[in-house]
Design a protein around this ligand. Sequence first.
Ligand code: ADP
Ligand code: MG
Length: 280
Amino acid sequence: MIWKRVDNSMMNIGIDAGGTLIKVACKKNDSLEFNKLPVSQLEHAASWINGLDRADICVTGGKAALLKSLLKNKAAEIVEFTATSNGVRYLLEKNAISEKAYILTNVGTGTSIHYVENSREQRIGGTGVGGGTIMGLSRLLTGLTDYEAIVSLSAKGSRDRIDLKVSHIYEGAVPPIPGDLTASNFANVLSLDSIDQLTKEELLACVIGLVGETVATTSVLAAGQCGVSTIIFIGSSFIGNDLLKEVVQSYTKLRGASPIFLENGEYCGAIGACLQLSGH
Ligand code: ADP
Ligand code: MG
């Protein structure tokens, strides 16, 4: 059970119920506490909330309506993208980062890309390649389903035998773009005599590479389109996942943009929902 016990003084609770995880931000006496649990435990979350008698609740995310239907008292609701960008602004201020215009990329189950300027937020687009892709492809390729196991094994894998780099194609010649860029994810396996020797570590590292590079590339293109160079990356896909951060960071920098990873960034939606209750 991940819920911390709370006493009975008044609390504001923001809940972001997404495709994979339920993120919770509790505000009591000006301090925020965070928790998360799998979306399969939505009913459990609802009965926890139903058991609190001194709490104001605001929900957001794709499963917000479903969660609301399980609550015995009325709860407020806020549009997910508004909640998320308000949460980002809160964390930026808290970390004394004075960015005013930036791309916001939320790598959740899928990936959503936004342009934020002061308090204006506009969804630019997204890609279905996201944290859910890490989980799904990892399962297909290795049979593993546990997030922590996938992330820790991926950190030990080399991508050399599986991914085709630009330098592999331009063998012996000077490539027109950095040779270290991936020319084609997974395409190097076509030159292997046998794929039986590929390890789970290698396969998982390449899944992370595919997702990280796709997320970074689409974000950098959005930044160019909007005329900004800062990209803020949030979402639970970065939790404990230094390899994903590293891939996203290096690819973003290589393409001339500046990445920022926010601590507790996965809770931005929940924070925005929570702040809504105190009129922020
Ligand atoms: P959503 O809002 O769509 O639920 P999140 O921002 O919570 O998305 O990100 C979900 C992704 O986070 C998963 O697809 C997975 O890659 C990663 N993740 C991090 N921690 C876990 C976990 N404990 N269980 C499952 N997935 C996790
Ligand atoms: Mg989400």
